[in-house]
Structures are given as structure tokens and as C-alpha cells.
Design a protein around this ligand. Structure first.
Ligand SMILES: [Zn+2]
Ligand SMILES: [Zn+2]
Length: 169
């Protein structure tokens, strides 16, 4: 029995395991300095689900509360205290949603950044060698400002590096 709607993931050491059901509501590729530092990587790829579509199947993560410099609201980062893997975030600003660190899925490739549901944010602080994906809304900062007003997205026809293509002419 293998339900194609169910996807599983977990931490490096296996102490914590989780399942999601269905497609993510949104996929965010974030190039901000917070995400670079928190992940140790160039980009954080976050897959957002309603909390009801997510469940832990083994173990209990430890939580680090981080106050966002931008919004002043708390991000709750759930990680494995044994191996240090970050698994997901919950948000004071967006209760009822879970943001999975997509590299923790057993098959991370199933999280596809598709037009419509995906966006690339904080390109103003991206590494010069990071790649901007084609066809996906790209923003210098957040997709909305502090008052919730939508910002203008740039969409590239071909993939380019940040050094080649940002900010857009
Ligand atoms: Zn672990
Ligand atoms: Zn970020």
C-alpha cells in the first residue's frame, strides 16, 4: 500500500520522522541572510502545508524561537536535538501552517517550484553565484511589504545567476 499523496521525511539520525499529505500550498526559495545562516546553504527551499496535512510519526523536535528582524514576529524552528537537522518551521504570523525544510524529505525532488505556487524572495541578499529560476516570480525582498501590499515580481525567461541578472535592468 503506497499512497501517492503521502510523502515522508526525517532528520539525519532518524530520531524524528514526519509525513505530509497532498501538494504544498506554496514553495518559497528564500535567499535572505537569516535563511543562509540558519541552513548553512545558499538558499532555503520551504514547502508550506496546512498544519492538518502534516504529522510527526516518530520523535519530538526541539524548538528554537527566533524573532524575525523584518516582522518582529516569532519563527519557531523545529529541529532534532540529537543530530541538529532542521525539519520545519511554524509561524506566529501564520498560525495553522507548517513550513517544511524541503531537503529533509526522503525524496526532496518531489517539491517542485512551479509557476503560480512558487516564488523566489530576497534576491537582494542572494549569493552572486545563486541561480534565479526561469518562469518563477522573483523579488528583491518579501513578496509583500510589512503592510501586506503585493510587490512587483520579475520573471526571467531563462535561468541566470544573481551576478548576471539581479537587480533586473
Ligand atoms: Zn536526528
Ligand atoms: Zn529567508
Amino acid at each position: 500500500m503506497c499512497d501517492p499523496e503521502i510523502h515522508e521525511g526525517g532528520c539525519l539520525c532518524g530520531a524524528i520522522r514526519y509525513q505530509t499529505q497532498g501538494e504544498p500550498m506554496r514553495v518559497t526559495l528564500c535567499h535572505c541572510r537569516y535563511c543562509q545562516r540558519a541552513t548553512g546553504a545558499a538558499t532555503m527551499i520551504n514547502a508550506n502545508f496546512e498544519a492538518a496535512a502534516f504529522r510527526l510519526t516518530r520523535g519530538t523536535p526541539t524548538v528554537y524561537d527566533h524573532r524575525s528582524e523584518g516582522s518582529g514576529k516569532l519563527l519557531h524552528i523545529h529541529f532534532c536535538a540529537r543530530c541538529g537537522t532542521k525539519l520545519y518551521m511554524t509561524f506566529e504570523r501564520f498560525p495553522g501552517y507548517v513550513g517544511l525544510y524541503s531537503g529533509s524529505f526522503d525524496d526532496p525532488a518531489w517539491i517542485r517550484p512551479e509557476p503560480g505556487r512558487a516564488r523566489q524572495i530576497f534576491l537582494d541578499s542572494a549569493r552572486p553565484d545563486a541561480v534565479i529560476l526561469a518562469g518563477i516570480d522573483a523579488y528583491g525582498q518579501h513578496a509583500t511589504d510589512a503592510e501586506g501590499r503585493p510587490q512587483v515580481a520579475h520573471v526571467f525567461a531563462h535561468p541566470v545567476t544573481v551576478a548576471e541578472g539581479w537587480p533586473p535592468a
